[in-house]
Design a binder for this molecule. Structure first.
Ligand code: HEM
Ligand code: HEM
Length: 192
């Protein structure tokens, strides 16, 4: 198996990045919506945001940037030939949204947290710089609110697109019985 993509196969690096980032994004979404529902007591939520949500989100940003570069530096196996023009449009549109969200979710979260004056740290407490100056409470924090709203609405879109993306992959595998999902999994996991 090759590290790089070929005309007919995803390479090991593309597959590893897909599933690594995929798992982290799903965890972030589940955790984020639990925050919104106020499932955890206040201090527990603050610790989870600081020690888990932010470091994992920053990791997604780093890996997402590498993944984008890798995407453009490589050929890409074509979409299955049994797809209609509108299925192509939906697949390409949803992939573009997923790539955009990989970068926009962490960046909006980081800008909002900086604007609020909160610390942004990576694992091990490694401090990261604020992306914007802290806004005083008296100003009504317009920039912070704008980026919090963006964090929220991009997450709503991401949740919907992710569900459609996963359902589409399962439809290709179980309904249309083509190799779309098998090609994204380690070779030999499922017959092609
Ligand atoms: C893959 C990246 C990320 C995903 C999918 C994600 C997702 C979410 C979701 C679904 C919510 C709940 C809805 C909302 O209040 O907006 C949320 C809340 C939040 N996120 Fe993120 N996020 C990511 C990265 C980040 C990063 C990198 C930061 C900061 C550096 C951050 C900071 C926050 C904060 C402060 C909240 C509000 C928590 C609270 O209500 O106490 N997020 N996130
Ligand atoms: C149950 C979870 C998931 C399944 C079953 C799944 C399955 C797949 C499959 C089969 C492909 C290949 C499609 C093709 O050949 O055109 C793919 C591509 C892709 N997936 Fe997922 N995926 C999942 C989760 C995610 C998540 C959470 C993200 C969020 C970042 C994501 C982002 C992408 C992107 C951006 C592509 C396009 C790759 C490219 O064209 O460069 N996937 N996925």
């Amino acid at each position: 198996m090759s590290y790089t993509n070929t005309e007919s196969e995803w390479g090991t690096i593309a597959k590893t990045l897909h599933w690594l980032i995929g798992v982290m994004i799903v965890l972030q979404l589940i955790m984020g919506w639990l925050f919104t529902l106020r499932v955890f007591p206040g201090p527990v939520q603050s610790q989870l945001v600081l020690n888990f949500h932010i470091p994992v989100g920053v990791t997604v940003l780093g890996l997402g940037l590498i993944r984008l570069l890798w995407r453009f530096a490589n050929v890409r196996p074509p979409l299955p030939s049994n797809m209609t023009w509108w299925e192509h449009l939906l697949a390409n549109g949803s992939h573009t949204y997923l790539y955009m969200a990989m970068i926009a979710m962490p960046l909006t979260g980081w800008i909002a947290t900086s604007g609020f004056g909160g610390p942004v740290t990576w694992f091990g407490g490694i401090g990261l710089p604020a992306l914007v100056a802290t806004e005083a409470k008296e100003t009504g924090r317009p920039l912070t609110n704008l980026f919090s709203q963006m964090h929220y609405w991009v997450a709503v879109g991401l949740t919907l697109v992710f569900v459609a993306h996963a359902a589409g992959a399962l439809r290709h595998h179980f309904g249309l019985k083509d190799a779309t999902l098998a090609l994204m999994l380690p070779k030999g996991w499922v017959p092609r």
